[in-house]
Structure formats: structure tokens, C-alpha cells
Design a protein around this ligand. Structure first.
Ligand SMILES: CC(C)(COP(=O)(O)OP(=O)(O)OC[C@H]1O[C@@H](n2cnc3c(N)ncnc32)[C@H](O)[C@@H]1OP(=O)(O)O)[C@@H](O)C(=O)NCCC(=O)NCCS
Length: 204
């Protein structure tokens, strides 16, 4: 399935919130995504989208009507992520793939794309928070060289501890990210309009 990686749009937010509510205990509210996409001056939200479903001709008018209403032309978000770049810090604020699309390499693609973007924006290091029990996400971050640098007691609303993880974006990390990005591009068929084009609003 040919995918597109691009800056998140307002029209993606319906799908994004749907995934968010399925996968997180304390999901971000819709207005947070609106803020990140349309107001923030440091946010580089990313969406990985699949093309519209192929539907039998007889059902097409109905689907076209629905797609017009949603304003997304039928594209479906399969994963997304959030990156803030403030001064020389790249902060991974969010990352998730659709529960039906796990294990396809999309989570890694999104993380690597955001690290690529952080480098592009001249960040010197990347940080993120992750639940103590979220071993799957931790495995992904460790694969990219993130290390636990602090424990935030009761960081999450339900009282669970969070780990602060950090990756220095030095020459070795830059090389590793570039190499991994190349390997992902060979493995997953997608068009990249996220790391190759400036942010549509911030123009950088
Ligand atoms: C974390 C998440 C984004 C990974 O997405 P994914 O598309 O399934 O991941 P990928 O297929 O790209 O796998 C990338 C790496 O993640 C880790 N991983 C993925 N699934 C795993 C599993 N079931 N067990 C252990 N590690 C796993 C591995 O390191 C894997 O690399 P490998 O294939 O070389 O072993 C996804 O599980 C998710 O959306 N989780 C819910 C939201 C969440 O917890 N976000 C993180 C908040 S801090």
C-alpha cells in the first residue's frame, strides 16, 4: 500500500484522535491537536497516511460524500507523531500507530522521521517521556540509542512513573539515523513530504 509521510493537517485530526483514544489511557483532547497543527510555532506534527479505500462503483457516491464531509479525500491515518523543537531540544511529544497496523515498521518510520526533522531543525539532543511499563515503546527508543536519564515519580495522571529518555544528536547519532532512514526507505514503500519539505506554516 503506497503511503505518504507528511506534516499533519487539520483534516487528519479526526483519525488521529480516534487512534489516540484507542491506544492511550490519557489521550490528548482534540483541541491540543488543533493547537499543535495550526497555532504552535515549535510543533512539527507528522502523519503517515494511506490512500482511500478501493470501493465498489455502486458505493462510491456515498463514500465520496463521507470523504468530502471529513475533508480528507478518503486518506486514512495509520500512524502519527509529535515533535517540538525549542532552542536545541527536540522533544518527541507523541507517537502511535493504528492498533491494526502494528509490527509493520511504521512506528520506527515515524520515530526516525522525527529525529531526521529534529536534525534538520538543528536540534542538539532529543528527549521524550515514556511509561515505566511501556516496554514496547522503550525497545523502539533504545534501538535508536535513547537512554533513561531520569525517573519522574507519578508523572502520569494515573500515578505511573515516567522515564525521561535522551539521545544526543551528535555525529554518531546523525550517521546512525541517516543509515536507518535509508534502510527504512528501502523496506517501506512511501512518499516523504515531511523531511523533504518545509513546515507549511512555519516555513522552515
Ligand atoms: C510504540 C509503537 C508506536 C510501535 O509501533 P509499531 O508500528 O508497532 O513498531 P514497529 O513495527 O515500527 O517496530 C519498531 C520497534 O519497536 C519495538 N517493538 C515493536 N513491537 C514490539 C513488541 N511487540 N515487543 C517488543 N518490541 C517491539 C522493536 O524495537 C521494533 O524494532 P524491531 O522490529 O527491530 O524489533 C506502537 O506500539 C504504539 O502505537 N503503541 C501505543 C502508543 C504508545 O505507547 N506510544 C509511545 C508513547 S511513549
Amino acid at each position: 500500500m503506497p503511503l505518504t509521510l507528511r506534516h499533519m493537517r487539520e483534516s487528519d485530526i479526526g483519525d488521529v484522535v480516534h487512534i489516540e483514544r484507542r491506544v492511550f489511557t490519557n489521550p490528548w483532547p482534540t483541541y491540543s491537536f488543533h493547537h499543535e497543527v495550526s497555532i504552535s510555532n515549535c510543533s512539527f506534527m507528522v502523519a503517515l497516511v494511506a490512500p482511500p479505500r478501493v470501493v465498489p462503483a455502486i458505493h462510491r457516491p456515498r463514500w465520496r460524500f463521507l470523504w468530502r464531509q471529513r475533508g480528507n479525500g478518503g486518506e486514512r491515518v495509520v500512524g502519527y507523531g509529535g515533535l517540538w523543537v525549542v532552542a536545541d531540544e527536540g522533544h518527541i511529544s507523541s507517537i502511535a500507530t493504528h492498533p491494526d497496523q502494528r509490527g509493520n515498521g511504521y512506528g520506527e518510520l515515524l520515530l526516525c522521521a522525527m529525529l531526521h526533522q529534529a536534525l534538520r531543525q538543528s536540534a542538539g539532543y532529543a528527549v521524550l517521556e515514556v511509561r515505566r511499563t511501556n516496554h514496547i515503546a522503550q525497545a523502539l527508543y533504545i534501538k535508536y540509542g535513547f537512554a533513561i536519564v531520569d525517573t519522574k515519580r507519578g508523572y502520569y495522571a494515573d500515578g505511573e512513573d515516567g522515564y525521561l529518555m535522551r539521545l544526543d544528536l551528535n555525529d554518531a547519532a546523525r550517521h546512525a539515523i541517516t543509515t536507518r532512514w535509508g534502510a527504512i526507505r528501502e523496506r517501506v514503500h512511501f512518499t516523504d513530504a515531511y523531511t523533504t519539505t518545509p513546515h507549511p506554516r512555519l516555513n522552515r
